[in-house]
Design a protein around this ligand. Structure first.
Ligand code: NZQ
Ligand code: ZN
Length: 385
């Protein structure tokens, strides 16, 4: 196992109809900004419940954070935080709202050049403070509710950022708040969580038995409960397990002490930025082709994945690996997710632009060993056509 530091201070409040407890989580004298997206939380009554729970606190609302949140929109929230003297941020929504709120929490502490906060990649943003924030999750997928990461779009590019200062103080995970999700968003969430686990698991063995078995448990759970959640929205137990899997997939637990390979995410981000394909869907396009292309590099872990996640024990090594990758792709398809670029009308010229953009962004040495070059990215994209 590799050395690691593990830190995660986020309190999780899990369960149905517990929003009244928001009152206990936020300082009584706080002036709160509630941040939300395109209006689903308004339409479905979540904001009303939140207002009730916040009682007599002064509350400002900021709506309109779009999927793949835009820097310019978030800067409007930053201005409002300053002009209204807000001192606590409450994100109500999915990954985009939570990430956007994290960016606002940081940007309120910077005097100028706020966009440069996005230029530090996976190194901590160089600030010593952030405004405190909490989350009410309406879309299980990204794990943003219990991690220190965010992704913001600036000049048509997606920029990941991180800071331990933006771990949410708390996150409410209430399955009832997710019941209004369209099937497509549930499917995207399952795919996103699945790929988060894969990218911290399917690299090379380092004898991290706890992390491996937890990762395999999460993958098996998602395979079990994903389709059930989609088929039967009244199955609350399945939904609870999906929600908790999505949070556990990216809160640092399975990723501690193991190599990571975020190539699928990095290529996927380009597909979202350039072709506006939803995040989870981009991953389902890239992952199967990436695994086929990287079969040799990931040989040992692919065999382990085949046996422990897909229960494949018969056949040659190659057969078992091929079968595990095919089953992974079929799993995405069974969720109603198409795994090919042509479905989105992306041709060779589109692939060229993705590769050129990745070069511009300096994404030229991805993977667990930094050996995934742009030539390999191109091969993966061509195979995903
Ligand atoms: O905006 P509203 O009207 O609320 O509608 C949203 C949005 O259109 C809708 N929605 C959310 N909850 C709903 C609902 N509709 C009905 N009922 C509900 N209960 O869903 C749509 C998509 O929401 P969004 O927040 O964009 O989706 P998701 O949670 O998948 O977040 C995607 C973003 O997270 C980033 C992605 O890059 C992308 O920008 N990621 C963040 C990560 C992190 N912080 O660790 C890691 C991830 O890998 C990912 O990159
Ligand atoms: Zn993701």
């Amino acid at each position: 196992m590799l050395d690691f530091n593990f830190y995660n201070p986020t309190q999780i409040v899990f369960g149905q109809d517990r929003l009244a407890e928001l009152n206990d989580q936020i300082p009584a004298d706080a002036k709160v900004m509630v941040l939300y997206g395109g209006g689903s939380v308004k339409r479905f009554g979540t904001l009303d419940k939140i207002s009730e729970s916040l009682g007599s606190r002064e509350v400002i609302q900021f709506g309109g954070i779009e999927p793949n949140p835009q820097f310019e929109t978030l800067m409007k929230a930053v201005e409002l935080v300053h002009s209204e003297g807000v001192d606590f941020l409450l994100a109500v929504g999915g990954g985009s709202v939570m990430d956007g709120t994290k960016f606002v929490a940081l940007a309120t502490q910077a005097d100028s050049e706020h966009h440069t906060l996005l230029f530090h990649g996976f190194e901590p943003v160089p600030l010593s403070e952030a405004m405190p924030l909490g989350c009410v999750v309406t879309l299980p997928a990204t794990g943003s509710e219990m991690n220190a990461f965010g992704v913001v779009t600036f000049n048509d590019q997606k920029y990941p950022f991180m800071s331990p200062l933006v771990f949410p103080k708390f996150s409410f995970l209430d399955p009832n708040l997710t019941l209004t999700l369209p099937d497509e968003q549930v499917a995207n969430g399952v795919a996103d969580a699945f790929v988060h686990v894969i990218e911290q698991y399917l690299t090379y063995p380092v004898n991290a038995r706890v992390q491996d078995r937890m990762a395999e448990g999460l993958l098996k759970t998602l395979i079990e409960v994903g389709p059930v959640t989609l088929a039967d929205s009244s199955d609350i137990e399945a939904r609870k397990n999906f929600i908790w899997s999505a949070t556990m997939a990216l809160n640092g637990v399975v990723g501690s002490g193991v190599p990571h390979d975020w190539s699928t995410h990095m290529i996927g981000h380009e597909l979202t930025a350039m072709f506006h394909i939803a995040h989870g869907r981009t991953l389902a396009i890239i992952l199967p082709s990436l695994l086929r292309e990287r079969k040799d590099k990931k040989h040992a872990k692919l065999l382990q994945f085949a046996e422990r996640v897909w229960d494949i024990t018969e056949g040659s090594d190659d057969d078992r690996i091929d079968s595990a990758i095919d089953k992974t792709e079929s799993f995405f398809n069974s969720l109603g997710i198409v795994t090919h670029l042509t479905h989105y009308d992306i041709d060779d010229a589109g692939i060229d632009t993705v590769v050129a953009n990745m070069e511009k962004m300096g994404l030229t040495a991805l993977s667990e060993t930094g050996d995934l070059t742009l030539d390999i990215v191109r091969k993966i994209l061509i195979a995903a056509k």
